[in-house]
Write a protein that binds this ligand. Structure first.
Ligand code: SAM
Length: 327
């Protein structure tokens, strides 16, 4: 088992498989995109598999693939089937914007993916376009329907809640859980390197979201399970789906942090909001051994900060974009 200096058990690795994305969400990046990492600098699937095998032998048992947009990377389905055959990985998941999900959901399921997170910030076609700069709401929605049809479960819908942008949709997202077996998760808006200017007043805090949810129905807490991480889970009375609340900024999110991140170009990051990075790519490409890799993992654990400082004067935005780190 892996523990950091604050006695948190670290069992979760989020892997950004690409920094490329097929959306341009305003809060994440500018319309023209951001400078991309060159192809040779991106970890190959073989390299990622080797890292995961070594880390899994030490205690990483949960892996999430993210990006950029993971479904734009060629060969992702085959890669998932290879990852899913690593015995120690008990939980393998993927975060996607859903644009390419309709055509890939069945293959992903067959490759061994059990569950999926789909990012969706609006149920309104026009607003979806306004946020993502792409007219693709129907495409994403049909991707969600396909994920339900092929039996991916749980399917989590992640909504970044932003004051003045989509706060009037908190209730309509929650109502989805009455007739669909979805988990709707509300995530507080965090500062990002290249998105539109972030202001603290843009955050729709979890307590405010909760108050709005109480208009929809009685919120019944669901006891935490070992895979939950920082989400607090609820069910609205009478609903078949669930609600998750992720207070990335306003609550004690960090106390339950169980994760490390691997960037598309092979750096371990100890926290989304720390620019501390520990190289593994150069190590691998210069012939480093599994033992050297393990050492790097232990360094990362030792350096994991106790908490982020978004809400304090010490906070400075991280230098990398969310799409390169793997938000
Ligand atoms: N393309 C994939 C997707 O859309 O899910 C994976 C990468 S995307 C960076 C991962 C998640 O980060 C998305 O749910 C996105 O909404 C979220 N995200 C990006 N910038 C954010 C911010 N400033 N605050 C909160 N969440 C953010």
């Amino acid at each position: 088992m892996l523990f950091d200096p604050y006695k948190r058990r670290i069992n979760y690795l989020r892997i950004s498989v690409t920094d490329r994305c097929n959306l341009r969400c305003r809060y994440c990046m500018p319309e023209e995109g951001i400078p991309l990492i060159s192809h040779d600098e991106i970890l190959t699937y073989e390299e990622i598999l080797r890292i995961v095998r070594v880390f899994a032998a030490e205690g990483i048992s949960k892996v999430r693939l993210t990006g950029g947009e993971p479904l734009v990377r060629k060969g992702i389905v085959d890669f998932i089937s290879r990852l899913s055959s690593i015995e120690e990985i008990k939980d393998l998941s993927l975060t996607t914007n859903g644009i390419l999900l309709k055509e890939s959901a069945q293959d992903l399921k067959q490759a061994g993916l059990k569950r999926i997170n789909i990012s969706l910030d609006s149920l309104k076609k026009e607003r979806f376009y306004q946020i993502t700069r792409k007219d693709a709401f129907e495409r994403v929605w049909s991707g969600i329907e396909e994920a339900l049809r092929v039996g991916l479960s749980p399917i989590k819908i992640n909504m970044v809640a932003i004051q003045g942008l989509n706060e009037d949709e908190i209730e309509s997202f929650a109502r989805l859980t009455f007739h669909l077996p979805l988990t709707v998760r509300y995530i507080e808006y965090m500062p990002s390197a290249n998105g539109e200017a972030w202001k603290k007043s843009d955050i729709l805090t979890i307590p405010r979201i909760k108050t709005r949810l109480e208009n929809v129905g009685k919120l019944i807490p669901i006891p935490a399970d070992r895979w939950d991480g920082p989400a607090k889970r609820f069910r609205i009375e009478g609903a078949i789906g669930e609600i998750g609340l992720i207070g990335a900024v306003s609550t004690h999110f960090c106390d339950d942090c169980n994760r490390l991140r691997l960037t598309a170009d092979g750096k371990i990051r100890t926290c989304l909001f720390s620019d501390e990075e520990i190289d593994v790519k150069e190590l691998l490409r210069k012939g480093g051994s599994d033992r050297d890799l393990r050492e790097r993992l232990l360094v990362a654990l030792r350096e994991k900060p106790e908490r982020h400082h978004i809400d304090t004067h010490q906070f400075k935005k991280c230098q990398r974009n969310m799409s390169a780190i793997g938000g």
